[in-house]
Design a protein around this ligand. Structure first.
Ligand SMILES: [Zn+2]
Ligand SMILES: [Zn+2]
Length: 485
């Protein structure tokens, strides 16, 4: 095995001898090397902070390199299978590389730095604190703050919610693109009232893109929203597969939830206005306060998936949702400020980590989604100011392979989004940071919301049930009497 280190830290491993060695021996070999050479990240970072780093140690497993140079840490049995299939060779020697090649130094989710080599693009007019702390920074009139509330998969974790992007504009408007499971909890740490977020754009109806819409709806009713919620989303192949049917179904499924609140608290915010639009057409689906949202078709799983382009004040952001790479994206993404494109982890790692067969993993990654190399093609052809990858597992085992694949076709500025990666966009600059948030926030409820009108009809609990309720004061009196004799 050849273990290659350059002056920016540990970069990658490369095979030479191609025969297997004992994995414990391998671990024993790598750790002292790491200790002896030391790792000093030297990527210039304008905020002047230390960049944490990860050690690519593959304990009790083996490193394997694919024929196209991808490195993965897998179990010995998987490695054998991969070698048998001709995927690559097992690595087994260590040496140091003195080349000057620059590599990404990753920070896993929960870290305080964004995963990018270019945290600042252009010339920001103001100084930004190292981290974004919600509620502490006013937006400039011509500024957009875009925050990832979820970057993950149909397998939300405490590290990563499913898909969701919050956009706050200098004119006070707030829009949300996708509301995957887990995004509502992250939103609640943004110090924004549920009363202020009532515009949701859904890219397609997979649960990892809409799973928290019900909770956004429900929490808004007691905690601030008194106006109807608005949901934009695509048609499908027939009414039952479109956004209108989805929203109607959501309200039907949550009818008990609504009826139980009516009369007890104000419920005017329970209404949802659905704006369903033809998914096959590239068209402006929203145009208010100078902000336009354009929908265009995405190639994902079946009919009814779209991507969005958002334009305001000469700035532009494209959000892919889920899609295979396509010409609509290249056209809409030309020179935008942020091009957010889904970027799946390599099929080999998906297979290794999830038990999915390599064959199925390759279908998921290459046919239903976009692997990093393909995302790199989009970025290279569209030339955004900043390329943004999302919709993958962000771990110490995926970051380097994703960037290595991305860099084959694309060399420009790129960020791998984590939950709470924040982009401040102005006409002259893009600044990327991580937000540091309060994990136990209180809801922010405007006073007028708390005093909104209630329905006259109060839900009824039958008398036989009410009769079984316990009077607290009576009960405490009895308990105290018994205690004191
Ligand atoms: Zn999907
Ligand atoms: Zn998805």
């Amino acid at each position: 095995m050849i273990f290659i280190k350059n002056k920016y830290g540990i970069k990658f491993l490369r095979s030479q001898l191609g025969h297997k060695i004992n994995s414990k021996f391998l671990g024993a070999l790598i750790i002292p090397l790491i200790l002896s050479i030391g790792i000093v990240p030297a990527i210039p970072f304008s905020a002047g902070v230390d960049i944490p780093h990860l050690l690519p140690v593959c304990i009790d497993k083996v490193w394997i390199e694919s024929i196209n140079g991808r490195i993965a840490c897998v179990t010995p049995s998987t490695a054998e299978k991969l070698v048998q299939r001709g995927w690559g060779t097992i690595l087994d020697e260590i040496m140091e590389d003195t080349s000057d090649e620059k590599s990404i130094t990753p920070v896993i989710s929960g870290g305080t730095l964004p995963i990018t080599e270019t945290p600042i693009i252009g010339n920001p007019e103001k100084e930004f604190p190292k981290n974004y702390v919600p509620g502490t920074e006013e937006l400039a009139e011509d500024e957009i703050r875009l925050t990832f509330l979820g970057t993950g998969m149909p397998f939300p974790t405490r590290n990563q919610a499913a898909a969701g992007v919050l956009m706050e504009f200098g004119n006070g408007d707030i829009l949300m693109f996708d509301v995957g499971s887990g995004t509502v909890a992250n939103f609640n740490s943004m110090k924004i009232s549920p009363a202020e977020l009532d515009k949701f754009f859904i890219s397609h109806l997979h649960t990892d893109h809409q799973g928290d819409l019900d909770m956004f709806w429900a929490q808004g009713i007691p905690f601030g929203r008194i106006l109807p919620m608005n949901v934009w989303g695509p048609t499908g192949d027939g009414h039952a597969l479109g956004t209108q049917a989805f929203v109607d179904g959501l309200l039907a499924a949550n009818y008990w939830d609504l009826k139980s609140r009516e009369g007890n608290i104000p419920t005017s915010g329970a209404e949802i206005i659905t704006h369903e639009f033809d998914w096959t057409t590239t068209q402006v689906v929203y145009d208010e306060n100078g902000i336009t949202v354009t929908s265009f078709p995405a190639i994902h799983a079946m009919a009814g998936a779209v991507s969005y382009r958002i334009d305001w004040n000469g700035m532009s952001v494209v959000y892919s949702g889920d899609t295979k790479i396509n010409n609509f994206m290249i056209e809409q993404g030309q020179n935008v400020d942020l091009l957010i494109h889904e970027t799946f982890l390599p099929a080999e790692i998906l297979s290794e980590k999830t038990g999915m067969t390599l064959e199925n993993a390759m279908v998921v990654v290459n046919e239903l989604h976009t692997p990093a190399k393909a995302a790199g093609v989009v970025f290279e052809l569209a030339q955004p100011k900043m390329a943004v990858m999302y919709h993958t597992w962000v771990t110490d085992e995926t970051i380097t392979p994703i960037f290595d694949d991305l860099r084959i076709p694309y060399l420009g500025p790129a960020t791998l989004a984590q939950d709470f990666t924040v982009f401040n966009i102005t006409p002259d600059s893009i600044v990327v940071r991580q937000a540091l948030v309060d994990d136990a926030p209180w809801p922010i409820v405007p006073e007028e919301s708390a005093h909104a009108e209630k329905s006259d009809e109060v839900p009824v609990i039958p008398q036989w049930l009410e009769d079984q309720a316990i009077d607290v004061e009576e009960a405490i009196k009895e308990i105290l009497e018994k205690r004191h004799g």
